[in-house]
Design a protein around this ligand. Structure first.
Ligand code: NAP
Length: 253
C-alpha cells in the first residue's frame, strides 16, 4: 500500500465536506499540507471544518481551506466553481467527490419520483457536471488524482436499495469511462468503496444498527489519502476499504 502522501501546496477539491467521510478527508488532506476547497450546503459544518484546519495550521503551519457553500444540483454553480479555481490556481491536483444522498430504502415501486430524481441529480448528474467542470484543471496538474465515492450497493444492488444502488453503479461507470479517456496522461481516476461507516447516511439507511460497531469516518478517510498520492499508478479501479485492495469489476471476456 502506498503510504499517506505529503500534499504540501496541492490543491484539493472535496465535496461532502460538511460532515461524514468527506469532512474527515478534507481535514486530513489539509493536515497533509493541501489547500482544500471544501464544498457542501451546510455552512455550519464547513465552518467547523475550517476552525479545525486553522487550529492544525497554527500548530504545524500546514493546510488551508476555502469554503464553498454550494448545492450540487446547481449546475451553473458547479461551472462557476471550475472557473473560479482556474482564475486562482490555473489547475487542480485532487478531486474527491464524496457528496451523496441515500434517498429512501423502499421497494422499487414505492419510490416517489421526486426522491428518485433527487438521488440521480446529486449522486450522478452533480458528479458528472463536476467532472466536466474540473477535468481541464486536473489535466493541468503534474499528477492529477480523482477519487469518486461509490458503494458496495452498486454491486450488491440489494432489495429496497434501487435508487441509491443505481446511482452508485452510474458514478462508477462515469469514473471508469473517464479513467479510460485519461489513461495515457498523468491523471489517475479511481472509485472508492468505503463500506459501512459511522455517518448520518448510514444511520438513515440502518436505523436499528449500533453505530459503535462501525468504523469512524476518520478511519475510512485515512484510506482515501493514498489514492491522492502522486505515486499512485492505478486508474479505472475501485478501492475497497474493507479489504484494503483495488478491484476491477469488468466481467470476464
Ligand atoms: P453523510 O454523512 O450523509 O454526508 C453527505 C455529504 O454530502 C454531506 O457533506 C452533505 O452536505 C453532502 N451533500 C448531500 N447533498 C448535497 C447537495 N445537494 N449538494 C452538496 N452537497 C451535498 O454521508 P457519508 O456517509 O459521509 O457519505 C459520503 C459518501 O460515501 C457518499 O457518496 C456515500 O454514498 C458514500 N458511502 C457511504 C457509506 C456509509 O456507510 N456511510 C457506505 C458506502 C458509501 P450538505 O448536507 O451540507 O450539503
Amino acid at each position: 500500500m502506498i503510504p499517506t502522501p505529503e500534499l504540501t501546496d496541492r490543491v484539493a477539491l472535496v465535496t461532502g465536506a460538511s460532515r461524514g467521510i468527506g469532512y474527515h478527508i478534507a481535514k486530513q488532506m489539509a493536515a497533509a499540507g493541501a489547500h482544500v476547497i471544501a464544498v457542501a450546503r451546510t455552512v455550519g459544518g464547513l465552518e467547523e471544518l475550517d476552525d479545525e484546519i486553522k487550529a492544525e495550521n497554527a500548530r504545524t503551519g500546514k493546510g488551508e481551506a476555502t469554503l464553498v457553500p454550494l448545492d450540487l444540483t446547481d449546475m451553473a454553480g458547479i461551472d462557476r466553481l471550475g472557473g473560479a479555481i482556474h482564475e486562482r490556481w490555473k489547475k487542480l491536483d485532487i478531486l474527491v467527490a464524496s457528496a451523496g444522498v441515500l434517498g429512501v430504502i423502499a421497494p422499487i415501486g414505492h419510490v416517489e419520483a421526486k426522491v428518485f430524481e433527487k438521488v440521480m441529480a446529486v449522486n450522478v448528474t452533480g458528479t458528472w457536471r463536476l467532472i466536466r467542470s474540473v477535468d481541464p484543471l486536473l489535466r493541468k496538474s503534474d499528477a492529477g488524482r480523482a477519487i469518486i465515492m461509490s458503494s458496495g450497493a452498486a454491486h450488491s444492488a440489494g432489495a429496497f436499495w434501487a435508487p441509491y444502488a443505481a446511482s452508485k453503479a452510474a458514478v462508477e461507470a462515469l469514473a471508469r469511462s473517464w479513467a479510460d479517456e485519461t489513461k495515457n496522461i498523468a491523471l489517475r481516476v479511481n472509485s472508492f468503496d468505503p463500506g459501512a461507516t459511522r455517518t448520518a447516511m448510514r444511520a438513515q439507511a440502518m436505523p436499528g444498527e449500533n453505530p459503535e460497531t462501525l468504523p469512524h469516518p476518520s478511519e475510512i478517510a485515512a484510506k482515501v489519502l493514498p489514492l491522492a498520492s502522486p505515486a499512485l499508478k492505478e486508474t479505472g479501479k475501485i478501492y475497497q476499504a474493507r479489504n484494503d485492495r483495488f478491484v476491477s469489476y469488468r466481467l470476464p471476456e
